[in-house]
Design a protein around this ligand. Structure first.
Ligand code: NAI
Ligand code: MG
Length: 337
């Protein structure tokens, strides 16, 4: 059955990479219809609101959102629409697979998945200054919040993901040796949840040691699960293992809604030049197809990406080539034909 999804092209290079992604989806056999909507600076300029009601109504209806990057003004201006959307639909699991596509990097054949808790931890934004001795900002305090409910659903998500995708092992990374309460609770819950999945190998590991082992020997890992900030930091580290942000897709998954987006931002420095690499959003669209139960179409796109990039037939500037977004997209369409 044809699935209608909400699509937000976004800001900066967003419209360019979204256009490319929809073209490739069209040639992949994916059974989709698009409900095009505005958000971010583009929405502010056209309808004078960064997150219009019409967009929210569309997401409410379709429950699946494919989103280009949105520019967030620093300091002044509106709050991050990305964070707003994650909160609004309780998109608690941030799924970030990293996979080698361009050969000849630091490592070959990396294939890892990081599952980051998306709603709790230090990023809940419970923070304030403490005044002392006439200095209103003499100290600052941020509160880390971990709930049994939040820890359980993300750990369970990681094990279910591993099972569904035929993965062998889950590593829970934490800092329970120092943060005995918050991280201790996360670890305790992880141990409990693991008992329900005797078919999946399981280990826990201190976060700093995990970072070192990821650089020394990434092959010892498979699926990794951790709280919000650790996941934020390690997912960028892991993107670095496969050549950087251009290849990093993300799914933000909730109980009854999901949002798929590239990890990179709106890249204002190259916007409008027609040279952006659409791979991050395209791979996010593949995660979306898996999620929607259309893995065949996702598989065809992944094979086309591998073929085009590995053969060197077309590579965008950030991959060390000189293909435009259009030329790269055209090569993908040819590989899919
Ligand atoms: P950025 O990811 O937009 O750019 C960092 C560098 O990577 C730039 O040199 C850019 O040209 C390059 N780059 C990024 N994506 C690329 C692609 N697809 N192809 C080729 N080169 C690419 O990060 P930056 O500059 O820190 O942020 C720009 C804006 O994007 C900010 O307003 C930020 O708030 C927003 N942003 C939005 C995100 C989202 O919508 N999920 C995520 C990250 C940032
Ligand atoms: Mg980040």
């Amino acid at each position: 059955m044809t699935k209608t999804i909400t699509v937000i092209p976004g800001d900066g290079i967003g419209p360019e990479v979204t256009h490319a992604t929809l073209e490739v989806l069209g040639a992949s056999g994916a059974d989709l219809e698009y409900d095009m909507q505005l958000a971010g600076v583009a929405a502010l300029e056209q309808v004078r609101h960064p997150l219009p009601q019409e967009t929210l109504d569309s997401v409410e209806r379709n429950r699946i959102l494919l989103k280009g990057p949105l520019t967030t003004p620093s300091g002044q201006g509106f709050r991050s629409i990305n964070v707003e959307l994650r909160k609004l639909y309780d998109l608690y699991a941030n799924v970030r697979p990293v996979r080698t596509i361009v050969p000849g990097g630091r490592y070959e054949d990396i294939d890892l998945v990081l599952i980051r808790e998306n709603t709790e931890g230090l990023y809940v934004g419970v923070e304030h200054y403490i005044g002392m001795h006439g200095d209103p900002r003499a100290a600052a305090e941020s509160v880390m919040i971990i709930t049994r409910f939040g820890a359980e659903r993300i750990c369970r998500y990681a094990f279910e993901y591993a099972r569904r995708h035929g993965r062998r092992k889950v590593t829970l990374a934490h800092k329970a040796n120092i943060l005995k309460y918050t991280q201790g609770l996360f670890l305790e819950v992880g141990h409990e949840v693991a008992k329900d999945y005797p078919d999946i190998e399981w280990e826990d590991r201190i976060i700093d040691a995990t970072a070192m082992h990821l650089v020394l020997d990434p092959y010892r890992f498979d699926v990794l699960v951790m709280e919000n900030m650790f996941g934020d930091i390690l997912s960028d580290l892991m993107a670095g293992l496969v050549g950087g942000l251009g290849f990093a897709p993300a799914g933000n998954i909730g109980r009854d809604a999901a949002m798929f987006e590239a990890v990179h931002g709106s890249a204002p420095d190259i916007a409008g030049q027609g040279i952006a690499n659409p791979t991050g959003l395209l791979m996010s669209a593949c995660l979306m197809l898996d999620h929607l139960g259309q893995p065949e179409a996702a598989g065809r796109i992944r094979v086309a990406l591998d073929t085009v990039v590995r053969s060197g037939e077309a590579r965008t500037v950030d991959m060390g080539g000189n293909a435009s977004t259009k030329q790269f997209t055209h090569a993908l369409l040819k590989a899919l034909a």
